[in-house]
Design a protein around this ligand. Sequence first.
Ligand code: IPT
Length: 923
Amino acid sequence: MTAQFEIVEPPVGALPPRARLNSTAGVLSLDGTWQFAWSPTAETGKDPADPGRTWDTLPVPSHWQLHGYGSPAYTNVRFPFPIDPPYVPQDNPTGEYRRIVRRPADWRGGRVLLRFDGVDSWFQVWVNGAPVGRASGSRLTVEFDVTAHLTGGDDVLAVRVHQWSFGSYVEDQDQWWLSGIFRSVALLHRPEGGIDDLYVVAGGDGSLSVTAPVPVRFTRPDDVQPWSAEKPALYRLLVSTDAETVSLDVGFRTVTVDGDRLLLNGKPLVFRGVNRHDIDARTGRAVSRARMEHDVALMKEHNINAVRTSHYPPDPYFLSLCDRYGLYVIDECDIETHGFGLVGWRGNPSDDPAWGPVYLDRMRRMVERDKNAPSVVMWSLGNEAGWGRNLATNAAWTSSRDATRPIHYEADEECESVSVYSRMYPTYDKLEAIGRGAEPALADPERDRRRRGLPMIMCEYGHAMGNGPGGLADYEAIIDAYPRLAGGFIWEWADHALLSDGSYRYGGDFGELVHDGSFVVDGLLFPDRTPSPGLTELAAIITPVRLRFDGDDLLIENRWSFTTTAEVVFASAAGEVLDVPPIEPLTSYRLSDAPPSVTATLGGKVLARAQRPPALGAPARSGASGRERLGGVVISQPSREQHGDAGVDDAGREPFGDAGIDAGGRGGAAAGRSIPRPDRLGPFPLASVALDAWRAPTENDRFPGWDGKVSMEEQWRAAGLDRLIAAPARGRYQPAGLDSGFEIDYRWSIRDDGLRLDVDIERLGEWRLSLPRLGIALALRTPDPSSVVFSWLGLGPGESYPDSRAGVWFGEHSMTVGEAQTPYVVPQENGNRSEVSRMSLAAPAGTLHIAGDSPFDVAVRPWSTAALESARHADELVEDDVLWVHLAAGVTGLGSASCGPAVRPSGQYRAARAQLGFVFTTS
Ligand code: IPT
């Protein structure tokens, strides 16, 4: 028998959707502690009239899985149940919620509404045992008129929520399956003669139209300035009847699609955006206002100007923040049927007329609720729901209801119904072709002509999974070059890991049979909201004020559409303020003979930094002044070459002798006295020195990316880079079964300026693949390696890779080894510092200084590469008493291959030979 939650229908007993309004009429929040009973199946045996006095309690809003009932489950595209719409499994976890409500005595006359802002996924409501209605549409507001049900005394409000319903088939977003009343619940007083709905259209030219279902009074604000994300000017509009006054924050702006240009108030509208889900590591999609405020502040701080509310309308409070602080929003409907894609889109609800009313209801509930938000500049029909008649109908309804906003939907590939062309994760070549209007033609010439004439956005690009994305600067350069390209939205804002037992968990950690692992952890923010290096990189790339050296001249580009640089302070490294006239929006200025290092700041925030290129790769000589040389002082015994093993047995070494000493130094250095491998480097016993051509694969390394068939990890493993066997007598490292590998030659020597190491590495064999890195790893013994202070002259302070180095700058940087680790939720390669010319490691026992002949890459770690590679969660990494120092001639970049293009050739390390020279001193 079909259960009620398997009947494909819009909400029953609910009121028509309407605008979100602040009102003088009464509001009673029902958030707080509710009585709660959970059942693993839909048959709960509970009576809706039972107030549940003896039951458990549960906070509202929340998800029951995060309070010990059932468990979270993560799938990306796949449905976690058989595809048999609209039916759902017998095991359908169900929550019974109860709460005593009382109509406030001062709510005289009128009606009382019960409002739910988010219930996942299907629910039924009773008051005193009498049915009120039922609804689905997890991230949409629904209201019921409960006037007739309330007695004025204590009334029993009962809500039964099922985890699975027909609605689950259209809510297959890439996120945790989490259930319950997860957004606010309230009782609203609606006075007789009140203002139930309002539709305000405020144009960038100052025009204002107010449409209400009843005659209303309002005063038009005068002298208005236009609203934009750069200058979010809002005007409080009070709209009254005798019974009620509602207030709205109005922003005056006009969004237009003008040929293939997207414009706001007549100026280019370029999204420098992120995709944002509702997510908090402790509370799931029940997100506090403080969390939302913090997120918006972080977005503004990192130059982000736009948000796509992937993939459903957010809590309305989030939109009010976007209005106030200035973020352009693509508001997306709660529709995704992605899992049907895995069965060839058979039975996709998007094209099934039986689902039409449900689709339209969802679109209407979004548009009606959010239609007055100035931040909302586009409506999105949903995400990854294939294509079909129901989506076309939604588009048609939306453009007739609100002609002021363009319509977006990525999977309308032929742009039948949308007003902008949208792609996700295009390769650079494809994006460039679209920029030029040279994308491959559609079969239908008429459609092709129309689509070719539309502006284009990337609704998703730059997959921020694990360490990455790399290659963002190249995307930005293409966006800059072609006005048809209106920017894009990074996937995605924050990691979705859930905090459980003190550790960040992802798919599979809750015993799911079917899951998609760490694909849910792909944000620019770590789960604790610490910005990842990817966010720092993005902020530098999308900066509104860009600085670039052209010889001795500094080019200053104002990329704002509405703001001059009058308030931006341009200063030299010495703090001298430079004489730069205000630069008009979207224009550039050339400052001749600029100082070698310039910073642009706005209100104390650094917008951009530029350093004249010669600063990079500056002479590496460190000068050993004030330092003790590492001559015979620290060298007591020679030792044998060891491969990658910190557990070196220090006993039984050959006594130091003159055998093997040779007078030659290499790498262009003056000759010194050759010596065997030393036992110590300054304060640190040297446990091993080994060739280093491997990294703990990043999540981007694990995927081939759009343009390849074999991931970098697979290529590297096939070449045996992860299992090199040392043959010290031959100076070789080769994997079992292959004749390729590396030949390495070390020379240690004592010279005037200290202890010198020359390393010469050559590839053996014909292979030409990229290498994760090429250099050596030193294992230095020290207690508490995390506390060793790591200082360097090079790019910093954050990590950098060849295709991700916009957010770092050349200079002196210092932090502990512990702080130099980037805590990706899934442990992987991290922490590389590039263009380093010298560095030091300071432990209580003393300081070791390392100077390179030429700039090198370095990563310092309190654990080995093998430990980093085998850990699946950050808390599995435990330091021991070895400090690993990875010194490399070069490393490969990051790319975006986990969902997008792989590392571009320019970001791959492919040298056939590497020569490294270091001088070690101590102090
Ligand atoms: C794309 C989805 O739209 C997004 O929700 C997320 O799942 C992302 O992938 C991967 O993290 S769809 C994909 C087929 C490109």
